[in-house]
Design a protein around this ligand. Structure first.
Ligand code: 2IO
Length: 422
C-alpha cells in the first residue's frame, strides 16, 4: 500500500543531497506530493517507466517550462507524424557515420585544446576549467555555429537552462533568462536564414529541409529546434563526465580497471547515469483522473517523474547506492526478458534522441583524459559538492595528476600533427 508524504523541493537538504529522500521513499513505498503546486513526485521504477510510456501523461508542462525561452515548441512537445519526422531528421544528423568522420575529430580537437594549458601544471578543475567550455563547444560544433564568442553563448545557455530547471525564479531572474533566450535566438536566426538561401553541408542546412522538403519548417521552428539541441546536449554533458571521474576515483581500484580496459568506459558512463542522473526530473501533466501505486491523482495535476529516484529503486537495482562497474551485465530482467535499463535518458517515444551520440562523445573525451592526466587524484574530496533539483552536477572537481613534462606525450602529438597535415 502506498502513502503520500509532503516534500518540499525548496528544502536545502534536498538540493544538496536528494538521495536520502529517495531512499526513504523506496523504504516506505510512497509518492511525494507538493500540495501548494498540485504536483506529485513519483520515484518507483515501474511507475516512472509506465508514465513515460503512457499517452495519458502529456508533455504540456513544457509549454510553460520551455517554450517561452525556446521561441517555439521543443521536440518533446510534439506528437504523431510531425514528431516522428523531425525526430528522425535530427537523429540522422547525429548518426554514427557522421560521428566517425566529422564529430569524432572535432570532439578530440576540443578536448585536447582545452586540456593543453593545464597539462604541465598537474592540476585542473574538471568542471570549471574544462567541462563547461567543453560541453558548449562540442554542441556548437555539432550545430555548425560560430565559436568565437562561445563564453557568451555558455552564459546565455545557463540563463535559458535556469528558466527550464529552476522552480522558484524571481521576476528579475526570469527577465534575465528571457534576455539570454533573445540573445541566442538572434544569434541563430540569421544563420538559419543564410543556410536556407545557401545550403551547406551542415546540420542547420539539413534541418532547413533540403533532404526532407515535406517538413518545410519555418525559421522560428528551426531556431527552436537548434536551441532545443543546444540545451539538451550541453546541460548534461560536463556533469556526466565529471561525475563519472568522481565515481571512478572514489571506488577503490575502479579507475585503474577502466584506464587499463577502455571498453569499460561505457559501463562507467551507464553506471554514472544511473547512480547520479544528470537530469533528475521529467515533468508530465495528467490528462484524466488516474491512480498511481494506489494514489489518486486528479486530472490536470503535474506529475514529476523522479528518474534519479527510479534509478535507485532497490527492486530493480540491488544495492542501489553502490557504484558497480559490473551492473550492466547483471541487470534485472523485466517483461518478456527485456533488461531493465536505467531511466536517465527517459523512456517511451520521447526518450533522449541524443543518447547514443552522448555516450560516444563522452567515450572519446574520457579516453583522452585517461591518456593525458596520469595518476589522477581528487583534491580535498571532503569539499566535493553536487547541487541541483532538475539537472544536477558537481560544483567543481579539482584533480591533481602527474604533469606532462614527466609523461611521454609524443605519440599523441605526432598523431595530431599527422592529422593536421593530412
Ligand atoms: C530542452 C533538461 C536540458 C530535452 C528540454 C526543454 C526538453 C528535453 C530534458 C532533456 C534535458 C534538458 N528535456 N532534454 O529533460 O530535450
Amino acid at each position: 500500500m502506498s502513502k503520500l508524504a509532503s516534500l518540499s523541493i525548496h528544502d536545502s537538504n534536498f538540493f544538496t543531497n536528494p538521495y536520502p529522500f529517495y531512499e526513504a521513499l523506496h523504504q516506505q513505498d510512497l509518492i511525494y506530493v507538493d500540495e501548494a503546486n498540485q504536483s506529485y513526485f513519483v520515484g518507483k521504477y515501474d511507475d516512472v517507466d509506465a508514465i513515460l510510456k503512457s499517452s495519458v501523461f502529456t508533455t504540456k508542462p513544457l509549454m510553460v517550462r520551455a517554450e517561452p525561452v525556446m521561441g517555439d515548441r521543443v521536440l518533446a512537445q510534439m506528437e504523431g507524424e510531425e514528431h516522428a519526422a523531425k525526430r528522425k531528421l535530427v537523429m540522422r544528423g547525429l548518426a554514427k557515420d557522421y560521428f566517425v568522420n566529422q564529430y569524432e575529430p572535432m570532439i578530440q580537437q576540443i578536448t585536447h585544446d582545452l586540456l593543453a594549458p593545464f597539462l604541465s601544471r598537474g592540476k585542473i578543475d574538471l568542471v570549471n576549467d574544462f567541462g563547461r567550455d567543453y560541453a558548449v563547444l562540442v554542441t556548437l560544433g555539432i550545430l555548425g555555429l560560430p565559436t568565437e564568442n562561445y563564453r557568451d553563448i555558455a552564459d546565455w545557455h545557463k540563463g535559458v537552462a535556469e528558466f527550464i530547471t529552476h522552480f522558484d525564479q524571481t521576476e528579475q531572474q526570469k527577465t534575465h533568462s528571457l534576455d539570454c533566450s533573445k540573445q541566442l535566438i538572434s544569434l541563430i536566426t540569421p544563420l538559419v536564414e543564410s543556410r536556407r538561401q545557401r545550403p551547406q553541408n551542415d546540420f542547420i542546412s539539413m534541418l532547413c529541409g533540403n533532404a526532407e522538403p515535406a517538413l518545410n519548417m519555418s525559421t522560428p521552428e528551426i531556431t527552436a529546434l537548434c536551441l532545443n539541441i543546444l540545451l539538451a546536449a550541453t546541460e548534461p554533458a560536463d556533469k556526466t563526465l565529471a561525475m563519472m571521474i568522481k565515481h571512478l576515483l572514489s571506488e577503490p581500484g575502479a579507475l585503474d580497471e577502466v584506464v587499463n580496459d577502455r571498453r569499460l568506459i561505457r559501463d562507467a558512463l551507464e553506471e554514472t547515469l544511473r547512480l547520479t542522473s544528470p537530469v533528475q526530473l521529467i515533468p508530465r501533466e495528467v490528462s484524466e483522473d488516474v491512480c498511481i501505486s494506489g494514489i489518486p491523482i486528479p486530472k490536470g495535476a503535474y506529475v514529476y517523474c523522479m528518474i534519479g529516484a527510479a534509478n535507485r529503486d532497490p527492486n530493480v537495482f540491488p544495492q542501489p547506492a553502490q557504484f558497480n562497474l559490473e551492473r550492466r551485465k547483471n541487470t534485472v530482467q523485466g517483461d518478456a526478458g527485456k533488461k531493465k535499463r536505467h531511466l536517465a535518458f527517459g523512456g517511451g517515444m520521447h526518450m533522449c534522441l541524443g543518447a547514443a551520440f552522448s555516450l560516444l562523445q563522452l567515450e572519446v573525451t574520457a579516453n583522452i583524459i585517461f591518456d593525458s592526466l596520469r595518476d589522477m587524484r581528487m583534491e580535498r574530496p571532503e569539499t566535493y559538492l553536487e547541487t541541483g533539483l532538475y539537472t544536477r552536477g558537481p560544483e567543481s572537481l579539482v584533480l591533481s595528476f602527474t604533469p606532462s613534462s614527466q609523461v611521454n606525450h609524443q605519440g599523441d602529438t605526432a598523431q595530431r600533427l599527422m592529422a593536421m597535415e593530412a
